[in-house]
Design a protein around this ligand. Structure first.
Ligand SMILES: [Zn+2]
Length: 83
């Protein structure tokens, strides 16, 4: 089953997985909440799967949205299947 995983971090460091959801919009909302992304950044993330952020403002310098189809979606950190 397809789902979406949000990964974020600092360039050159191991990224952290922060959210996962069955639906793209849910994953993006979670990323927005976690890192205070602007609406513009959120729509860039939706379109390209990657957005560069200001580490001083957002605590990370990139946020990435990855489509995943592993069989253990519920095992992802921050799994959210509310919508
Ligand atoms: Zn997965």
């Amino acid at each position: 089953m397809n789902h979406y995983v949000v990964v974020a971090g600092m360039h050159g460091c191991d990224p952290e997985a922060v959210a996962a959801a069955r639906f793209k919009d849910t994953a993006i909302e979670a990323a927005q909440e976690e890192y205070g992304l602007t609406d513009g950044q959120a729509s860039r993330l939706r379109k390209s799967g990657l957005v560069r952020t200001d580490p001083y403002e957002h605590t990370v310098d990139f946020v990435r949205l990855v489509r995943c189809d592993c069989d253990e979606a519920e095992e992802h950190e921050g799994w959210n299947d509310l919508s």
